[in-house]
Design a protein around this ligand. Structure first.
Ligand code: KG4
Ligand code: ZN
Length: 343
């Protein structure tokens, strides 16, 4: 069976072909085009431009995906499409493309929840891999932490199929907060990876607040932290020049505080739910400082991250996740997006 995965929830256009054969998976080819250069001059994502870029990129990437490996598109069995959550213009651009392709190929579409696909991404390997071996990596019940540009969510997994959300951010997502604080330091969008690089050269010498730490739930808040950071930077600028070493110390301080907030809440959830393993996914999970922090604290527990290149948005995880939801496959005419889709 061959599944084509399509990702257009935000600013990445992702396409992937995955083959499933004899209980093994193989990525036949994949294509990913980021739009960060288009959005960088605006300091953040401009929703309407995402649609323009997806509409432009999808046919080009699809053609390359197929032609590079001399693939006959008639061999595609299903199209898996991330129907949400995401930006409505971006999702609509993807939907138009998927709709037309599904009609042309006379194939069904598997609607995929982008957030759930992030969790499934921890099972994917870049080579030919056995799903059953990979599934053994997760012991249930498991605690899932999704940390991306749009979401910060804690999920309790009884099994891969049975799960419930136990906490989430009440304002900014962690990735969004890293991007905004990076912007305060004049780093380009997307700021998360640039902040990580800069933080390596600095020390976390500045104190920042830890919001919602005393509440008796598993929710997060990052907008107050970002405001406190902005005030700190403004204070420094009033009396000193914001030189490179101070910027590096600020980056290290912000990163440490933001990730410790994630760790403290995850610890709380761990103590209450006593899971057998912890799954951490989403774009921010590519951060090495965060990985080390969590691995150090949960050194005696099973803690699972996706391969770094698969942590951020891509078509591979959509195709892969689609495989688990084959029974949801629908005719193209019934396809709909859901920009507010939840876990
Ligand atoms: O999962 P993702 O690709 O998109 C969403 O579903 O939102 O996550 C994108 C987010 C951005 O905020 C980006 O700055 C952040 O992930 N990110 C990182 C790193 N790489 C990507 N944050 C911190 N460190 C990184 N290395
Ligand atoms: Zn994502």
């Amino acid at each position: 069976m061959i599944i084509l995965g399509i990702e257009t929830t935000c600013d990445e256009t992702g396409l992937a072909l995955i083959e499933f054969k004899n209980k093994k998976f193989r990525i036949l080819n994949h294509k990913l085009r980021s739009q960060y250069l288009v959005h960088a001059p605006y300091g953040g994502i401009v929703p309407i431009l995402t649609a323009r870029e997806h509409r432009k990129n999808l046919p080009i990437l699809y053609r390359d995906l197929i032609h590079e490996i001399n693939f006959d598109e008639k061999k595609i069995d299903y199209l898996a499409f991330a129907i949400g959550p995401g930006l409505p213009p971006a999702l609509l651009a993807g939907k138009d493309f998927v709709f037309r392709l599904a009609i042309k190929l006379k194939k069904k579409i598997i609607p995929v929840n982008h957030l759930i696909a992030h969790f499934y991404s921890v099972l994917i390997k870049k080579d030919y891999f056995s799903l059953w071996q990979e599934l053994r990596k997760i012991d249930f019940p498991a605690l899932g932490l999704l940390i991306s540009g749009g979401h910060t969510i804690l999920v309790y997994f009884e099994s891969l199929e049975k799960y419930k959300k136990i906490g989430e951010t009440i304002d900014d997502a962690i990735g969004e907060s890293l991007d905004k604080s990076a912007r305060i330091l004049n780093l380009e969008y997307p700021g998360g990876p640039k902040l990580e690089k800069l933080a390596k050269k600095g020390k976390p010498i500045f104190n920042l607040p830890y919001p919602l730490m005393l509440t008796n739930n598993f929710n997060f808040s990052f907008s107050g932290l970002k405001t406190a950071f902005w005030e700190l930077v403004e204070d420094i600028k009033r009396y000193n020049k914001l030189d490179e070493s101070t910027k590096a110390d600020l980056a290290a301080s912000y990163q440490k505080t933001a990730f410790e907030i994630l760790l403290i809440k995850t610890k709380k959830a761990y103590e209450k739910f006593k899971p057998q393993s912890i799954i951490i996914s989403g774009g921010v999970a590519s951060n090495q400082f965060l990985r080390n922090l969590f691995k150090k604290y949960f050194s005696n527990q099973k803690i699972i991250f996706p391969q770094k290149s698969l942590a951020t948005d891509n078509g591979i995880k959509i195709a892969f996740c689609g495989y688990f939801f084959l029974e949801k496959a629908l005719e193209a005419r019934n396809l709909d997006i859901n920009s507010n889709l939840k876990i």
